[in-house]
Design a protein around this ligand. Structure first.
Ligand code: XIL
Length: 345
């Protein structure tokens, strides 16, 4: 059995596709996608900077191919992501002089963007990450351009515009560091407010950018349970398990130090030691066992890529790292943990 066979009837198991994959330039990994996964999300090509690089100029060429691949292979297709402060085009927030636009202009642009994009994929994209990363670690709302120009109700408006454009699409809020108790409370506050205003929200996406020791799995579970008790589904989104230490930019290294800094923090450039591979294995199993335990509320678990070679973690938070965060190795071969995960299911 493959991953999707093992999880059938429990939750969807998905992966992100990058642009070379979508353009068919990486057939080996696409074979893995077809065999192992039953859901996909676009790693980059459906972000606003890609879809509307200039005002009024929409480019759906790559995104259309991505969605068609999903339809052809009967995969659940998630749209990622409508409103995010990052990878958004500058024009979105500014006038021709480079000044911030007014609240009304900003709302009109947001509405036009969401209606056009969600409308374009109506009936094909089954669920949308409507708002991404709007809550900070301390639980307050991020002071993004959306927040600064529109105010906190940009979140509610985004969900309403998406719902209008495709009343049958599922709508999600997606964010990282969700195990953090303060952030958990902030997200709960935000979702409760949406619900009390009668806004449709179907699910919460818990980004799974995790490491060998961080986050605390018990705190992750507490968040999962607390979110589920709001009556929404849980998507474990963007799952990858970095084996590298995370450089802390707050305590030193600036960008020009990255190379120096990076070498120090790129200990597995040649190969991954057995002991670390074992720790990776165990940590993966722990998380998948947690997902299985909560299969009633988890709708989908999505890896952030197929194989180690394509992972963004090789270039984040600094370029040129060698990471091993996914379930398939650089030759698209399943790591030992894949069989263990399948057996656990
Ligand atoms: C990342 C992609 O993986 C990279 O290729 C890109 O350069 C930056 O964005 N949270 C998200 C994702 O919601 O969209 C991000 O994806 C990772 C963090």
């Amino acid at each position: 059995p493959t991953l999707k066979d093992a999880f059938a009837g429990k939750f969807y198991i998905g992966t992100a596709l990058n642009i070379p994959q979508i353009l068919g330039r990486d057939s080996a990994s696409l074979k893995v996608v077809k065999n192992q996964f039953d859901a996909i999300v676009a790693e980059n090509c459906m972000k606003s900077g890609h879809l509307e690089p200039q005002e009024g100029f929409f480019d759906f060429s790559t995104a259309d191919k991505f969605v068609q691949f999903g339809l052809d292979n009967h995969l659940f297709v998630t749209g990622h992501t409508l409103i995010w402060h990052s990878q958004a085009p500058r024009w979105f927030f500014t006038d021709s002089l480079g000044h911030d636009v007014s609240r009304d202009v900003m709302i009109a642009r947001m509405k036009n963007y969401i209606s056009t994009v969600v409308g374009h994929f109506k009936g094909k994209v089954k669920g949308w990450d409507v708002v991404n990363e709007a809550v900070l670690d301390d639980g307050s709302l991020r002071k993004s351009k959306f927040y600064q120009i529109i105010g906190p109700d940009f979140i509610k408006l985004a969900f309403e515009f998406a719902h209008e454009a495709d009343p049958n699409a599922e709508l999600y809020y997606n964010d990282y560091s969700m195990a953090n108790p303060q952030k958990r409370e902030g997200v709960i506050r935000m979702v409760k407010e949406l619900q009390s205003e009668g806004v449709r929200i179907d699910g919460i996406g818990m980004q799974g950018h995790i490491g060998l020791t961080h986050p605390d799995i018990d705190e992750f579970e507490k968040s999962l349970e607390a979110f589920a008790s709001l009556g929404v589904q849980i998507n474990i989104s963007e799952l990858d398990l970095s084996v590298l230490p995370n450089p802390d930019f707050h305590t030193g290294a600036n960008v020009s130090d990255n190379f120096k800094y990076d070498k120090k923090l790129n200990p597995y450039a040649e190969a991954l030691p057995d002991s670390v591979a074992k720790a990776f294995n165990q940590r993966c199993l722990d998380f998948f066992n947690l997902f299985l335990k909560h299969q009633d509320v988890i709708e989908r678990v999505t890896l952030w890529g197929v194989n180690d070679g394509q992972s963004w973690k090789n270039n984040w938070p600094v370029r040129g790292r060698t990471d091993y965060p996914l379930l398939f190795d650089r030759n698209n071969l399943p790591k030992p943990v894949v069989k263990e995960i399948i057996d656990a299911a």
